[in-house]
Design a protein around this ligand. Structure first.
Ligand code: CMP
Length: 140
């Protein structure tokens, strides 16, 4: 049991369908605390840099185009074992494989338009938080 921070993005398919509140409620009901949050329109450069690890994958262009298509909400979540907890609440990347009651099972449209991103490790959470937030934006 460890107090951690993780990073989350409520993606364009969800902001477009007015699901920000519903998704935040799922996160908060799980015990995670939203300690920083902002609605932004990601730039092409930001999307390509954030997802650089996937730059050789066939879906990279589609992924970046999607992430800049509508506003997103970037968040820092804090709580006990926040990285794993958030991944449990989100469900599997592919909504077809996500467990019942998870965000992706209930809201995602497809593997690409899967409503929410969450860091996959403590190390990546730190990198992803620093990518989008300055220290003075983390208000607790
Ligand atoms: P995310 O957790 O944001 O991390 C990378 C994203 O790439 C992933 O969620 C999916 O939305 C997307 N992705 C992964 N595999 C595919 C795929 N085969 N086709 C389209 N998008 C994908």
């Amino acid at each position: 049991m460890q107090k951690q921070r993780t990073f989350s993005i409520i993606k364009p398919d969800a902001t477009k369908r007015n699901l920000v509140g519903a998704i935040c409620k799922r996160l908060e009901d799980s015990g995670l605390r939203i300690i920083a949050q902002k609605r932004i329109k990601m730039t092409k450069e930001q999307a390509e840099s954030f997802y650089a690890i996937h730059s050789n994958r066939p879906f990279f262009r589609e992924l970046c185009d999607f992430m800049i298509s509508e506003p997103v909400v970037v968040q820092i979540l804090e709580g006990t074992d926040a990285v794993i907890k958030n991944r449990e609440v989100m469900g599997a990347t592919n909504p077809a494989e996500a467990d019942k009651g998870t965000i992706r099972k209930d809201y995602a449209l497809s593997l690409g338009e899967n409503s929410i991103h969450g860091s996959d490790s403590i190390e990546n959470a730190k990198i992803e938080i620093e990518f989008f937030f300055s220290k003075d934006e983390i208000v607790g």
